[in-house]
Design a protein. Structure first.
Length: 136
């Protein structure tokens, strides 16, 4: 890296790519019934961090309330966001139902945990042009 540029830890490098991709994800449980307690939210964060690590992504922030969770994920271009979201929802639903069955059964029934809908927002950061590189 040139000594003229300040290193930015958010900008990642691959062999042929330089990127900084963030996605803000919002997941809601089925029927938006609010099954989350502090303990369940802590465990949900641990599970989602592990899934992100499996996908070679980084869970930058996690926050939740009784009826939804927010995630800010830093991911490489090779990761299909839809596959990441599917794994985050699938693994967390299975593990939370296994670990907190009595509590979750009060709020949710059937085999479902997460709503099929959700929100994904790209959190783009404008990167200044690199001197000497054509923008074509």
């Amino acid at each position: 890296m040139s000594p003229r540029w300040e290193p930015n830890p958010d900008i990642r490098r691959g062999r042929t790519v330089v990127y900084t991709l963030h996605a803000h994800l919002v997941f809601t449980p089925k029927y938006r019934r609010g099954p989350f307690t502090e303990e369940i939210l802590r465990r949900c964060e641990e599970i989602m961090r592990a899934v992100c690590a499996d996908f070679e992504t980084e869970l930058v922030e996690f926050n939740g309330e009784r009826d939804h969770v927010h995630l800010l994920v830093h991911y490489p271009p090779k990761v299909a966001l839809s596959r990441l979201v599917g794994s985050l929802k699938g693994v967390s639903a299975r593990r939370l139902r296994q670990e907190f069955p009595a509590h979750i059964r009060k709020y949710l029934w059937g085999e479902h945990f997460w709503s099929t809908s959700g929100c994904v927002q790209g959190s783009g950061v404008r990167v200044p042009p690199i001197p000497g590189v054509s923008s074509r």
